[in-house]
Design a protein around this ligand. Structure first.
Ligand code: ATP
Ligand code: MG
Length: 468
């Protein structure tokens, strides 16, 4: 077993060893290397104190904002390597911040304060692997297990409860039953954690390759972070669905990567923000179903109004989690529309594109297809999937068509020149032309549009007055 350290990390370890200290690569980079993945960051730990590190790396650029907690970042080759003094976390009287950290000389004490066995391994070129808690075996078995007594570890730091699910989603691991049971029991202490930290963990979780499976298994735990999840657990649905509202939600999140790859974005052009919008929209899309559940005369369960109420609920959740503004704007808008029927003519599709924009329509198609992929394969569901795919193909075919006033073959100056009075009438005239172009009643050709403008100038549009 050998870990290939980047040259800079190996040199940092060497410099610490040469100065008489012990030092190791530790945590995520060891875990990921053992899984055969290339780590993003290389975190190091050492017996040297921050002051000693500053002396050893006096010639380097150092970042010292974490020095109080033992972390000095050394910048080599434009990359920051965090080196942290072995430490014990003191008591956590508030479930989230150690009251103080104590530096210790022994790496084994430092490993014992880490959250999960797979994150509690250290490696150095001369000594090889330090694995005090069976991290390698858990890595091989695919298990997230607390170091030590899970209840005590979650009582020290409630964020670990959510980190357990996050790592399960990122690594496609299960959670050890004792760790999972302690996480469920302590889930409400997640409410003591800062909203931004909850958001960051949930966001990483959703981006994990096994997010769907982790959500499906860990709903009870996650309800501690987002209490609106609790009523979804066990909330029955009608035919056409597989499982309860939460199982469906988990399956919809899980279906997203394949829908993107296969149907919506095979070239991988969507950026991370757009992907994040989709993940959060799918996580929250059916949150209002429990509150909207009605049994119809036919005996079937339905959820009238869950779109609109779900949008409001999603906004509440995202506000509470202090999510970025673009999520708070786009996610509720998508949820409000996730169940609306899709148009099946070119003019109606163009009007849709005009209202929602190309990106909005793409996102809606994606949410719909992932939502439908998480349904049973009944003929009705298959029909809706075909409908959504047909709409998406139509939208792609129409991508260069005229559905914004900016694409008209005339502009505001032309409208003025044809006698439209300056002011809001110009925009109204162009929008009027656009509607007729989208409806196929006018070609998007300069001559035809100028003539139509001249006609409008002679016959000004009726002023909008108060409704009778
Ligand atoms: P990532 O790839 O997401 O960075 P990581 O394992 O490096 O994964 P970090 O959050 O960067 O995760 O934490 C680095 C290491 O610090 C972890 O591997 C773990 O050993 C330890 N750690 C981090 N947060 C906690 C915590 N709340 N409680 C105990 N140990 C923690
Ligand atoms: Mg890390």
């Amino acid at each position: 077993m050998h870990i290939e350290l980047p040259t800079a990390a190996a040199q940092l370890l060497q410099a610490l060893h040469a100065a008489g200290h012990s030092a190791y690569a530790v945590g995520g980079c060891v875990r990921d290397s053992l899984r055969g993945h290339t780590p993003g960051d290389w975190d190091l730990c050492t017996s040297a104190t921050p002051e000693q590190m500053q002396a050893i790396f006096a010639a380097d650029k150092l970042l010292l904002n974490g020095a109080k907690h033992g972390t000095v970042a050394v910048v080599r080759g434009g990359k920051a390597y965090e080196i942290t003094t072995y430490r014990l976390d003191g008591a956590y009287s508030d479930h989230r911040r150690p009251d103080r950290v104590d530096f210790v000389p022994d790496v084994h004490q430092d490993l014992a304060r880490r959250d999960f066995t797979v994150n509690a391994m250290a490696w150095a070129p001369d000594e090889g692997l330090l694995d005090d808690f069976g991290g390698q075996a858990d890595l091989a078995a695919g298990v997230i297990r607390c170091v030590g007594d899970p209840a005590a570890r979650f009582a020290e730091d409630a964020l670990r409860i959510l980190r357990a699910v996050r790592f399960a989603a990122q690594l496609d691991f299960g959670i050890d039953p004792a760790t999972a049971a302690a996480a469920v029991a302590a889930r409400d202490t997640l409410q003591t954690i800062a909203a931004e930290r909850l958001f960051a963990e949930l966001d990483k979780l959703l981006a994990g390759p096994a997010a769907g499976r982790a959500l499906a298994r860990c709903g009870e735990i996650l309800a501690g972070a987002v209490p609106e999840i609790a009523p979804c657990l066990g909330c029955a649905q009608g035919p056409g669905h597989i499982g309860d509202v939460w199982q469906h939600t988990a399956a919809a999140v899980g279906a997203l990567p394949a829908v993107l790859r296969r149907d919506i974005d095979p070239d991988g052009t969507l950026d991370e923000k757009q992907r994040r919008v989709l993940r959060w929209a799918l996580l929250l899309h059916d949150l209002a179903k429990p509150a909207c559940c009605r049994i119809g005369k036919d005996g079937h369960i339905r959820f009238p109004g869950h779109n609109r109420q779900g949008a409001a609920l999603a906004e509440t959740v995202l506000d509470r989690l202090k999510a970025p503004a673009y999520l708070r704007g786009q996610v509720p808008a998508l949820i409000a529309m996730h169940d609306t029927p899709l148009p099946d003519t070119d003019p109606a599709a163009l009007h849709f594109l005009n209202r929602c924009g190309a990106q909005g329509v793409q996102a809606l198609c994606c949410v719909k297809l992932a939502d439908l992929a998480a349904h049973a394969r009944t003929p009705a569901v298959q029909h809706r999937r075909q409908e959504a795919k047909r709409f998406w193909r139509r939208v792609q075919r129409l991508q260069n068509a005229c559905y914004t006033t900016a694409r008209l073959a005339v502009n505001g100056a032309d409208a003025l020149a044809e006698g439209i009075p300056a002011g809001p009438a110009v925009g109204q005239a162009l929008q009027g032309l656009l509607e007729r172009v989208m409806d196929g009643a006018l070609p998007n050709e300069r001559g035809a549009l100028l003539a139509a403008l001249a006609g409008m100038a002679q016959k000004p549009p009726a002023k909008a007055g108060p409704q009778p």
